[in-house]
Design a binder for this molecule. Structure first.
Ligand SMILES: [Zn+2]
Length: 157
């Protein structure tokens, strides 16, 4: 799946394999929200972002309308991915919206702002991928935290 953000001129690619994995994990926790971290890489010109995999959190809190991932073990896992070849880095966050549209909630916006300003393992412009999910179908919404705003990616295919 490919997304394009005209405002910044950035593409975001996610393979079917990764999308299937997110759907599978999301359905395991349905009807509660669930999620994790996206890892991948940027092209040399920084214009294309490729999501390669997800890291599932070791600990999390979730309900029908909220998801909060824990940080336990995350820095360690990310440093291992950074050392491997090809190198994978933190790209952003994903979580499900059970029986709901993949639009960011006020809480989601607040969380992304915090993540973008975190000096830890994350990056300045993290991606937020929301997976609207029910038992038979799904919809994906992709966003980029950029200059204190959450900008929507348009889906291309
Ligand atoms: Zn949400």
């Amino acid at each position: 799946m490919k997304f394009f953000c005209a405002t910044i001129g950035l593409t975001l690619s996610i393979s079917e394999t990764v999308v299937s994995k997110l759907i599978l994990e999301g359905r395991k926790h349905y009807p509660k929200e669930y999620g994790g971290i996206l890892v991948g890489r940027y092209s040399d010109d920084s214009k294309a972002c490729i999501v390669e995999d997800t890291i599932l959190p070791q600990n999390h809190k979730s309900s029908r309308y909220a998801f909060e991932r824990g940080k336990e073990g995350l820095a360690q896992k990310l440093s291992e991915l950074y050392e491997q070849t090809p190198r994978l880095i933190y790209i952003g966050e994903w979580h499900t919206h059970p029986d709901s549209a993949p639009f960011p909630s006020a809480t989601d916006k607040q969380a992304m702002l915090q993540i973008a300003n975190d000096n830890g393992v994350t990056i300045a412009s993290p991606v937020l991928l929301i997976l609207g999910l029910n038992s038979t179908s799904y919809t994906l919404g992709a966003y980029l935290q950029f200059q204190n705003q959450l900008i929507r990616y348009e889906q291309q295919d």
